[in-house]
Ligand binder design. Structure first.
Ligand code: HEM
Ligand SMILES: [Cu+2]
Length: 680
């Protein structure tokens, strides 16, 4: 036992130039960005306004940036796998098996935990408090801790690229393969500790948002007046609170097996490896809906805004959401019908899985009926939504097919399954967060994104997705199993080459998204939106300035309708002016910035790294540091800053003036339009 535990120079990938160069490349880029920030003198600003910020909007934006950067990493893995499979027909390709295994494991882990999750949570952070008409989430500092713990998990996963190795067992570490005996390296430990750390962050987000939505709503906002995105966020966070502890406990058991010789999951020692599958999927299936439900909420907002109509079947949408929330806990066994539980058990879980399609179908029809007869504006958020409806309907149907146990016995572990879940997760979750990103971007930054490039991005993603994953269904039906590093079946080859081109098209879509940001930032003065309401929106997030002031609302809005902001605008249109007289402004207390989250995350990385490499003294040091941080935070004297009344009044007056001008402008345009088109 040395001072550095298991860590030696051999942990560096000196024999694997690819990993070495890409690892150090990333390291160099990060250093370059840091140097740029410091040299340009942005350091204090970044520290004060972002790193230590407890403002939900800033935290949300940081989540989204983190997710987008990790999407680039996940896509790099995807293109590597696709290139390998296009080459490795009767040949070894360019990735040796041990490296290929790490690539698919890292790709899956990163895409689910560090792309989809932070993107969804980021959008909830930016928007939910605004839609509820409140000033922040229930526990702002905890929110910052959640974000930074997620970032800590991201850092550890990426560190495994250069120090040691990553997990080779797939995105879920099934025993016995993941037990010490068959995976003696640090890969599984990197996986477990990254997810334990970020998982605690996610659980705290769940607690934070459930509390916020249940307890902090603007006066008059009953449950049946909450925007659909808030409802789906509530459902998603309830699922987080119920499911994430299961994940934490399951990984803790695996860690006990690996670190201290327990036998929870080793069949020889009195344990049961199938127990791991049951537990991990008791978290895993709800996880699907943790991601998908908020995306459904985004589509509801977008479809209603751009159809200029209230959401069709609002109440049925709530019932459907909550039904999915509950049923999602009763289907986990469809992930291992082949376990051998017997026909009755399989039938019950098969039927339960198909039942979820019913509330989901209700939602699809509600979106279609919202569009029906509406004045649909085909903006890019709307295109993502329509692309979603088509893509997701097909992906959903292949899911129902897989829920038929005899069919699943054939298709289990085949590329057909992998095509199915990419079909739903890209079609629903990724398209959804992109729709939300374009839709709410002007809210967060005060200017709109370039529409032409946005539409390019959409079409490239849509076509690229189908070219990449359509062939997956075909080779899956032809019997190709998943995770193949090489193969010798000639019929698969052309399809795998087509699939490689699909990823290239998706990459062009991502390039369009990057170009969209660059172009939009450069031309931001022309695209500035002073009204805070660029799309003629219907919910409260559009009733405040863009970007919103730190306190969101100078005076908390009074909610009297299910579409509060639309309702206010209608009344104002009737009367020809803003209906509310200027309020009596009050100074506002806002929670003070805190380095707690950042420091906690730093210590979490140190502790996690030490645990992975068995550096026990550093573990102790890290834990003491974490406790000290907690004590310092708990004993702080000043936890709030006061925003003076003049500042509140100044910001709000500017917004009121812009809003009233916009109102008159729209009023004139409306009158002109009604004079032109004769009434039907
Ligand atoms: C167009 C973009 C994408 C492409 C081309 C792609 C490609 C791939 C490939 C080639 C595999 C391995 C298939 C095999 O087992 O043979 C894979 C696995 C996987 N992908 Fe993707 N992927 C993409 C996007 C995503 C996204 C957005 C997510 C989730 C948010 C995701 C989640 C996963 C997961 C969980 C696995 C399973 C990993 C495992 O086998 O353990 N992928 N992907
Ligand atoms: Cu499932």
């Amino acid at each position: 036992m040395t001072l550095l535990g298991k860590l030696t120079l051999q942990a560096l990938p000196l024999q694997e130039p690819l990993a070495l160069y890409s690892g150090f490349g990333v390291f160099a880029i990060v250093l370059a960005i840091l140097a740029w920030v410091i040299i340009k003198g942005y350091g204090p600003y970044v520290w004060r306004e972002w790193i230590t910020s407890v403002d939900h909007k800033r935290i949300g934006v940081m989540y989204c940036i983190l997710a987008f950067v990790m999407l680039l990493r996940g896509m790099a893995d995807a293109i590597m796998m696709r290139a390998q499979q296009a080459m490795a027909y009767n040949a070894p390709g360019y990735l040796p098996p041990s490296h290929f295994d790490q690539v698919f494991s890292a790709h899956g882990t990163i895409m689910i935990f560090f792309v989809a999750m932070p993107f969804v949570i980021g959008l909830m952070n930016v928007i939910v408090p605004l839609q509820l008409g409140v000033r922040d989430v229930a526990f702002p500092t905890l929110n910052s801790v959640s974000f930074w713990l997620t970032a800590a998990g991201v850092l550890l996963v990426n560190l495994s690229l250069v120090v040691g190795e990553f997990d080779k067992t797939g995105w879920l570490p099934y025993p016995p393969l993941s037990e010490l005996r068959y995976s003696p390296g640090v890969g599984v430990d990197y996986y477990c500790w990254s997810l334990q750390i970020s998982g605690i962050g996610t659980l705290m987000t769940g607690i934070n948002f459930v509390t916020t939505i249940l307890k902090l709503r603007a006066p008059g906002m009953h449950y049946t007046r909450m925007p659909m995105f808030c409802w789906t966020a509530l459902a998603s966070n309830l699922l987080i609170v119920a499911a994430f502890p299961v994940l934490t406990a399951t990984l803790a058991m695996l860690l006990l097996d690996r670190y201290v010789g327990f036998h929870f999951f080793t069949d020889t020692g009195g344990g049961n490896s199938m127990m791991f599958m049951n537990l991990i999927w008791a978290w895993g299936h709800p996880e699907v809906y943790i991601l998908a439900l908020p995306a459904f909420g985004i589509y509801s907002e977008v479809v209603s805004t751009f159809s200029n109509k209230p959401l069709f079947g609002y109440r049925s949408m709530i019932y459907a959401t909550m039904a999915i929330c509950i049923i999602s806990f009763t289907v986990w066994l469809h992930h291992f019908f082949t376990m051998g539980a017997g026909a009755d058990v399989n039938a019950i879980f098969g039927i339960a899985s198909m039942i979820i399609a019913v509330p989901t179908g209700v939602k699809i029809f509600n979106w279609l009926f919202t569009m029906y007869g509406g004045h649909v504006r085909f903006t890019s958020p709307m295109l993502w939504s329509i692309g979603f409806i088509v893509t997701f309907a097909i992906g959903g149907m292949t899911g129902v097919l897989l829920a038929v146990p005899p069919a699943d016995f054939q298709l289990h572990n085949s590329v057909f399954l992998v095509a199915h879940f990419h079909n739903v997760i890209i079609g629903a979750v990724i398209f959804g967060v992109f729709a939300g990103y374009v839709y709410w971007f002007p809210k967060a930054f005060g200017f709109t994104l370039d529409e032409t490039l946005g539409k390019w991005a959409f079409w490239l993603w849509l076509i690229g997705f189908w070219v990449a994953w359509g062939p997956g269904y075909v080779v899956g039906l032809e019997g190709m199993t998943r995770r193949l590093q090489h193969y010798d079946v000639a019929e698969w080859r052309p399809w795998l080459i087509v699939a490689e081109w699909g990823v290239v098209i998706v990459l062009l879509g991502i390039a369009a998204q990057i170009a969209q940001i660059v172009v939009s930032v450069r031309t931001r003065e022309q695209r500035r939106d002073v009204t805070g309401d660029p799309w003629d929106g219907r919910n409260l997030e559009w009733s405040t300035a863009s970007p919103p002031p730190p306190f969101n609302f100078a005076v908390l809005p009074d909610v009297t309708d299910q579409e509060p902001y639309w309702d206010m605008k209608e009344r104002a249109r009737e009367m020809g002016h803003l209906t509310r007289p200027e309020p009596e402004y009050q100074p506002i207390h806002m929670p003070r910035n805190s380095a707690t989250g950042f420091v906690t995350a730093f210590l979490a990385v140190v502790t996690g790294f030490a645990l992975i490499w068995h550096i026990w003294w550093l573990v102790v040091l890290g834990l003491i540091g974490a406790y000290a941080t907690f004590v310092v935070f708990a004993w702080r004297d000043h936890d709030e800053d006061l925003i003076p009344v003049e500042e509140v009044a100044r910001l709000d007056r500017a917004n009121r003036a812009a809003r009233s001008a916009a109102l008159q402008h729209r009023q004139l345009r409306r009158e002109a339009e009604t004079q032109r088109e004769p009434r039907e």
